[in-house]
Every structure is written in C-alpha cells, then in structure tokens.
Design a protein around this ligand. Structure first.
Ligand code: HEM
Ligand SMILES: CC(C)=CCC/C(C)=C/CC/C(C)=C/COP(=O)(O)OP(=O)(O)O
Length: 317
C-alpha cells in the first residue's frame, strides 16, 4: 500500500494562514510505527469499530451460560473484528470521492491518496473472508453467516443507498444492530427473542446517535451529495421529531428485561435513569436544535450505550 511503504512525511496538517513574521517551527517527525497505527486506525474507523466490538462481546456474554467462556468470547470478537475492519475499509474505498469532499473525512488514507484503493480493497476482501471463516470455524456457522449479512448490508446496500435515499439510515442501522447478534449467535447458536431484543436496542439507539451527527455535519453531507434526512428535510423538523420518537422507543425497549424477568432490579433502575437522561438530551435538541444541543446528544449517545450494555451484562439472569 502506498501510504505504508513510501511515505516518510507526517500526515498533512490543515493549512496555516498566519501572517506572523516568526517562522513556524519545523513539524516534528512522527515515528513510523505511530504513523502506521494512525493510518490503520483511520482505515478501520478504530473508535467506532471498538464500540461495535463491545456490542459483540455483550451479545456473547448475554448468550453464554455462567461462567462465561472467555476463549469463546475472544473467538467471537476476533472474527467480528476482522469483518468489521473489512467493512470500514471497503466503505472508504467506495466513498473515496465523497470522503475527499467532506472536511470530517478528507484526511482519510484512501480519500487523501496515501493508500491505494485497489490494494486496500484486496486487503479488505481477504480480511472479510478470513473473519467469516474464523467465525464459522471457531464460533459457529450461524455467527459467520450473520457477520457476512452485516458486511453485505453495510457495503452493498447502505453505502450505495447514501447517494440515493434518506432511507439509507434505516439500512445502516440494520448493519449496526447486527454485531451483538453475531456475539449472541456465537454463544448460543440460535437466534431467538433475546437476539431480537439486542438488535432492537442497537437499532433504536443509532437514530438519535446519527441524527445528532448528521446535524453537526449537514453541510459536509450536502457538499458530498449524500441524501441524508438532514439534507432533504430543510426545516429539520422531521429529523428532530424522529430523534425524540426513537429515543422514547429506546427507553421503552430498554425496560423489556423487567417485563420478561430477565434482568435484576438494579438494571431496571439504571436503565430508567440512563434512558431519561438520554431522552432529556433528545428533547433539548428537538426544542432548540443547534451545535451545542446536537453535540450534547452525540456525547450522550456515546456514554449511554456502554453504560446500558454494562448494566445488562452485570444484572442479566
Ligand atoms: C446508522 C448508523 C450509524 C451512522 C450513520 C453513524 C455515523 C457516525 C459518524 C458519521 C461518526 C463520526 C462523528 C465524528 O467524526 O464526529 C460516528 C461516530 C461514532 N459512532 Fe456512529 N454511526 C452509526 C452507528 C454506530 C454504531 C452501531 C456504533 C457502535 C455500536 C457507533 C459508534 C460510534 C462511535 C464510538 C463514534 C465516535 C468515534 C469517533 O468519533 O470516531 N456508531 N458515527
Ligand atoms: C461485522 C461488521 C461488518 C460490523 C460492522 C458494523 C457496522 C458497519 C457498524 C456501523 C454502522 C454505520 C452505518 C456506520 C456509519 O457508517 P458511515 O459509512 O456512514 O460513516 P462515515 O461517514 O464515517 O464513513
């Protein structure tokens, strides 16, 4: 890959337009391993992928009998990690032109031309095949199939649909909701009501999560030609109403274990408190949509999910 072999320069920095007569200090060289890691982290969307893998681990823990089989969990997470990394890279290959037009993504290795798209695609396909086979061999075939379906919905449906219809977010939310199901299938080798519950939590959570982001980056999305709801809904009313609607549904769905008797009381109390705080954040965004409330909602989403999933694992029975 171009960026991993010849490139000795630090990653491009934003242009500095200072008129000061004092010469800027020469940029300090970044050690090669750090540079490579940064490129790889951008390629595989490291932080997003990390949370995705946490949901897989949670799915495994919920599906597994006590005590949890640590090696089994490791297999499920490793296999999913390979497929998720492949998904991120293929998305960046397909969207390299759009990514290059958006401020948020223009410095991604493929969009910026530091990594060759066809080499990256070949590596991603190898990674995807390795991940699905790994899951089929070391977890079970069902987990491998769910992972393959996650990859297919993300790369073959969601990614092209972003340029066509605002329904893309629903499709993307299906991809994002499947990783805990991979973990659950890896532990149980079946898909049942609990798998559906995990899917529903992730599906609903993604709506406020993404609508907050979409609001923050709506100019970027418009510039790149993405048909997100935030771009086609000029008033923003649909987007903010849907944000509250889905967060309220998420609140209700998160209380399902109380009704089904599958989680102890501390879970219900914790889920109710977290859900109300998240809902408050969504209502604040609805009543006054601006950068502050959108950012607040984004951070609430990032805090809510691991906390809720942590409670679920701790108090599941
Ligand atoms: C419809 C589905 C989703 C869409 C469209 C979406 C989109 C995005 C975008 C555009 C960002 C970048 C925000 C920024 O750079 O400031 C982001 C950040 C993030 N997303 Fe999502 N996301 C979705 C689902 C998920 C899922 C399923 C997870 C994990 C379970 C997740 C976890 C994260 C995390 C941890 C971040 C912050 C990391 C970072 O800033 O790089 N997202 N999301
Ligand atoms: C096992 C497996 C395949 C796991 C992956 C699951 C997955 C793809 C989760 C993310 C869901 C999603 C739609 C993210 C946004 O992507 P985006 O392309 O809109 O984000 P971007 O604008 O930052 O590129």
């Amino acid at each position: 890959m171009k960026g991993f072999t010849h490139d000795q320069t630090p990653l491009p920095l934003p242009a500095v337009t200072s008129r000061s007569a004092i010469p800027a200090p020469a940029p300090r060289a970044i050690p090669a391993p750090i540079r490579w890691w940064r490129e790889l982290a951008e390629l595989i969307k490291f932080r997003l992928t990390l949370l995705v893998l946490l949901t897989t681990l949670v799915g495994y823990c919920i599906g597994s009998a006590h005590p949890i089989d640590g090696l089994g969990a490791l297999h499920a997470v490793l296999g999913t990690a390979l497929v998720a990394a492949a998904a991120a890279i293929l998305n960046e290959v397909i969207e390299r032109r759009q990514d290059a037009q958006m401020i948020r993504t223009q410095n991604r290795p493929i969009a910026a031309g530091r990594v060759d798209g066809s080499h990256a695609a070949a590596a991603a396909v190898a990674c995807a095949l390795a991940g699905v086979s790994y899951l089929a061999l070391f977890a079970n075939v069902l987990a491998g199939l769910v992972a393959a379906a996650t990859l297919a919905t993300y790369v073959c449906l969601y990614t092209p649909l972003k340029l066509i219809s605002p329904w893309n977010t629903w499709v993307g939310a299906v991809s994002g909701a499947l990783p805990p199901v991979i973990g659950y299938a890896g532990a149980r080798n079946v898909l049942d009501g609990t798998a559906l519950f995990l899917f529903a939590i992730l599906f609903l959570w993604q709506m406020p999560h993404f609508f907050a982001i979409a609001w923050l980056y709506r100019n970027d999305y418009e510039k790149a030609g993405f048909r997100m709801l935030v771009v086609v809904d000029a008033t923003g009313r649909k987007l903010t109403s849907q944000t509250v609607f889905f967060t309220a549904l998420l609140f209700l769905a998160s209380l399902w274990p109380m009704v089904a008797g599958t989680a102890a009381l501390p879970y219900t109390i914790g889920a109710a408190i977290l859900g109300l705080l998240f809902l408050w954040s969504a209502v604040r965004f609805h009543n006054k949509p601006n950068r502050t409330t959108a950012r607040g909602l984004f951070f609430s989403s990032i805090a809510y999910l691991p906390l809720l999933l942590g409670l679920l694992v701790l108090f599941w029975r």
